[in-house]
Design a protein around this ligand. Structure first.
Ligand SMILES: O=P(O)(O)OC[C@H]1O[C@H](O)[C@H](O)[C@@H](O)[C@@H]1O
Length: 464
């Protein structure tokens, strides 16, 4: 049961000039050959670690499984403290593969402890977490690739104080760190305190790190078969090695994105028709947004390139955003996520004579209805000349999720090459980070603080 990628509605004649022709892909072959060789070289030189993650070392998998088992036996709550690439993957995979009401299930029906991913530092949210967990029965998995993210480290300080109050010097038994093997404050702290720590390979950036302990430990703790996730990723990795553009799913999808971007499709909507895949659109938003949104190309020229990620949910957003997608500006490429076999079937009862007008619904299942609505929306968009493509999950399971994650990561790597940009950095977020530290009074940033404060707000533009 493998993932399928249906590209019909990118090449369909009904799209007229809004779509692509097969010749467009043929004329892209030279770019592909160059990108393919570049990526292969970067892979061989160990510059791009995510390519190697499906082949994660056996001893590390065993260690993750062993730790997960110990956590399940000893703790009732597992809390991830992390943000961006250190939170979106764990949340997306958990939502995809565990029961949608996981935390509400009785203990015997859950795969592990209650699970929370605390990315935002909204004080109301943090305070409310402390109302539902019992710190003495909680393990906090602090995840940060850089080991330096202010939000995550603030959370660490907060939970350390809480734990010290509740369990005294044994507070380190309630912490697990996941961070760079060498660099950053968290690694230094781990050494000093003797906290159990997992490493994120140094050549893997945060948003590409789901198949490292960042995602694998939380997944294993909540009962997800991580070996299946990796096996799915391996199958996709092999496909993304194919040297023929038409047969290489990541390279082909990336070519489609870039060709359509050149024709003004500067927005990329991801619309899963499954609540379980809802947070995949959040994970993908970071992957696409941070990787492809760039001011400079690799030669230092100003290019201001990017494809704005848009998150939607089928069928919910049919009743909210689809009007815009069908009739608004011709600036979007849509990616649907379709599920062939949902893990549950719900029948719409057939015999309610008093509801005569609803007869056409009765006897079907919600499964048929949601699939029909997806196909109908896809058709309506096609008729409105809106290019779209679909990733089909025969079923949402660890194997297909592993394939899916790797496919999108490899697609982004190809897009970066085609566009001649560095898809693996995020210089645009540094200014804001520095300004935050400056406002909080960090040493050595007085000049920055003054600069931020000089940008005065004009009261005439503040209405109340
Ligand atoms: O994992 P961390 O180092 O804590 O980083 C968390 C996030 O921080 C940043 O703002 C970066 O732009 C993201 O790419 C990253 O995922």
């Amino acid at each position: 049961m493998v993932l399928k990628i249906d590209l019909n509605n990118v090449f369909h004649p009904l799209l007229q000039d809004e779509g692509l022709k097969e010749q467009d892909i043929s004329s892209f072959k030279e770019k592909f050959n160059k990108a393919f060789l570049n990526l292969r070289e970067k892979k061989e030189k160990q510059e791009l670690g995510f390519f190697h993650l499906p082949y994660f070392p056996e001893e590390e998998i065993v260690e993750i499984e062993k730790t997960a088992q110990e956590i399940k036996e000893k703790f009732s709550y597992f809390v991830v403290l992390g943000i961006g690439g250190s939170a979106l993957g764990p949340l997306a995979v958990h939502t995809a593969l565990n029961n949608l009401r996981y935390n509400e299930l009785p203990d015997e029906l859950r795969g592990g402890p209650k699970f929370y991913v605390e990315d935002n530092i909204d004080p109301e949210r943090m305070a409310s977490l402390f109302k539902v967990i019992e710190p003495e029965k909680t393990v906090f998995n602090v995840i940060t690739k850089s080991g330096a993210t202010a939000e995550t480290l603030s959370q660490l300080l907060i939970v350390t104080e809480l734990l010290k109050k509740k369990v005294g010097q044994r507070f380190t038994d309630h912490l697990i760190f996941t961070t760079d093997p060498e660099k950053g404050n968290l690694r230094a702290l781990a050494r000093e305190l003797g906290v159990k720590t997992f490493a994120i390979p140094s050549n893997v950036g945060g948003r590409f790190s789901e198949l490292t302990p960042v995602g694998l430990l939380p997944a294993a703790v909540t009962g997800i078969k991580i070996r299946e996730l990796l096996a799915g990723a391996r199958e996709m990795a092999e496909k993304c090695e194919r040297e023929n553009l038409w047969e290489n799913p990541a390279a082909l999808a990336a070519a489609i994105h870039v060709l359509l971007l050149e024709r003004g499709k500067n927005m990329a909507v991801m619309m899963p028709y499954a609540d379980s895949l809802k947070y995949m659109a959040d994970w993908y938003a970071q992957l696409l947004g941070e990787s492809i949104g760039k001011k400079l190309n690799c030669r230092g020229e100003e290019v201001y390139v990017g494809q704005t990620p848009v998150k939607a949910l089928g069928v919910t957003d049919q009743h909210s955003q689809v009007q815009l997608y069908t009739e608004g500006p011709f600036d979007k490429l849509l990616l649907f996520l379709e599920v062939e076999n949902y893990r549950n079937t719900v029948v719409i009862p057939p015999d309610f004579p008093q509801y005569a007008e609803l007869k056409f619904l009765g006897g079907h299942t919600l499964n048929e209805l949601i699939i029909a609505e997806k196909k109908a929306t896809e058709f309506a968009l096609l008729k409105a000349r809106r290019p779209n493509y679909t990733i089909i999950f025969p079923e949402v399971n660890p194997y297909t999720v592993g394939e899916f994650l790797y496919f999108l990561e490899a697609k982004i790597a190809f897009m970066g090459e085609y566009l001649d940009i560095n898809a693996f950095d995020q210089p645009g977020v540094e200014e804001g980070k520095k300004a935050t530290y400056a406002l909080l009074g960090r040493e050595g940033l007085e000049e920055k603080r003054q600069e931020v404060l000089r940008v005065q707000k004009d009261p005439k533009y503040i209405l109340s």
